[in-house]
Each structure stands twice: as C-alpha cells, then as structure tokens.
Write a protein that binds this ligand. Structure first.
Ligand SMILES: [Mg+2]
Length: 224
C-alpha cells in the first residue's frame, strides 16, 4: 500500500506480546510462569521469593532478563530459549482481521519487542501476518537495552532512517510509550486508559488502531 502524499508518517512500530494479540490468550502468562521456573531451577532463588524478585527486576531494570543479567552471570540466549519454550499455536490462531488491517495500513510496519526474534517469528507465523512486517527489532538486536530505555527508541529511528515524528507506536504498556512521545512519536495504547498526555490515543483492542490511523490521514484520504 502506497504511502499517501502529505502523510507525515513513514513507520508504525508494533509491540508484539499482548498488543498484536490479547492478554486473555494466556501466552504471556505461560512465558511468565517459565521466567519464574528459570529463576528457581537455574538461579536457585527460593520459590517463595521469585515472584517478588521478578517484579523488582522488571520495575528496576525494564525487563526480568536485564535484572538477571546484572545480578547473575547467565547466558541471555539460554534464558530467552528457556522462557519462550512454549508454542504460540497453543494459545493463538490465524487472524484474518489483523492481516486485513495491516494490509490496508499505508505505513511500513515493524515489530519492536522486548521479546526475542524467534518467539516473534513464531507468533507472527501463527497469526499469519509475518509478511506485513519489514523487520523485527528484538531484545538481542538492541543488545538487551530495550523498552522503556530511551536509548532503544533512538536506535530504532536511527536504524530506520527516520525521525520520531515519522513514527506511530502501538504498545499495551503505558511506560513503553512515554520515551516514544519524548522522541516525537504518535503514541497509541492498546487495552488501556488514556492516563497521561504522553498517550495520544487509547484503544480497546488492536483492531481499533485502524480507526486512529485513518483519523491521522490527510483530510479526505481513504486508507485504501
Ligand atoms: Mg506488550
């Protein structure tokens, strides 16, 4: 789909987990369960402490992995393979409405995820939307400095060769939108409330993003 003239945006950056599919699918809950298992079995953290530790790492370091990497000597790829040892097809199915929405959106599409590329590929394959994305930027590409660290957003726009103003970002975590807004991106929160001026638009599901993008088009232009 050609980018219409005078349309100020070039890219739309999509978070993966619980953005392109709903939280209710249960996939992230299963991954979260494996994060705790990893901490008990590989790091020997007492089972009673792991939930608090994991929450603490997530809040202090941005991701559980970053916390573990800072406090333990681990192989991050071993961790990523362990926690993502779940089959997305057990939780998700093909999504023709998502494919149609992506197809009609006149923007280049990128997955920008704190997960890792193999997991992202599996999810996109199950949803059958992989072909709509130019690239996947994952935690490994970002050298484990990921959302919401402002450096990760700067890297993304540098790699894409655009300014923040030329990007729309879609994420289910408000904290991941704040640094994006600082960089000039237009922010869309999925499945959340518009609790901050840094959130330009809040929509109930991924399917409502289409209406927002349509509203951003130059007056009188259609999506297709
Ligand atoms: Mg997410």
């Amino acid at each position: 789909m050609k980018n219409p003239d005078n349309f100020p945006f070039e890219y739309i950056l999509f978070d993966l987990d619980e953005t392109l599919y709903p939280k209710e699918a249960g996939l992230m809950a299963a991954i979260h369960e494996r994060m705790l298992l990893y901490m008990v079995h590989k790091l020997k953290i007492p089972a009673d402490d792991v939930a608090d530790k994991q929450r603490d790492y997530y809040q202090r370091y941005g991701t559980t992995l970053k916390g573990i990497m800072t406090e333990y000597k681990i192989d991050p790829l071993d961790y990523l393979a362990f926690v993502h040892d779940v089959f997305p097809g057990d939780f998700l199915g093909v999504s023709p409405p998502l494919a149609r929405m992506l197809e009609e959106m006149p923007l280049r599409k990128v997955v920008f995820t704190n997960s890792y590329a193999l997991h992202a590929e599996r999810v996109l394959d199950v949803l059958q939307v992989r072909a709509h994305f130019d690239r996947i930027i994952d935690i490994c590409a970002l050298d484990y400095v990921c959302k919401p660290d402002p450096a990760s957003y700067q890297k993304v726009v540098d790699w894409l060769g655009v300014s923040g103003k030329q990007c729309i970002i879609v994420d289910d975590a408000p904290r991941n939108l704040f640094p994006a807004k600082d960089l000039g991106m237009t922010t869309i929160l999925v499945a959340g409330e518009k609790s901050s001026s840094a959130i330009d638009h809040a929509v109930p599901t991924i399917f409502h993003v289409e209406r927002v993008v349509r509203s951003l088009l130059p007056h009188g232009r259609n999506l297709s």
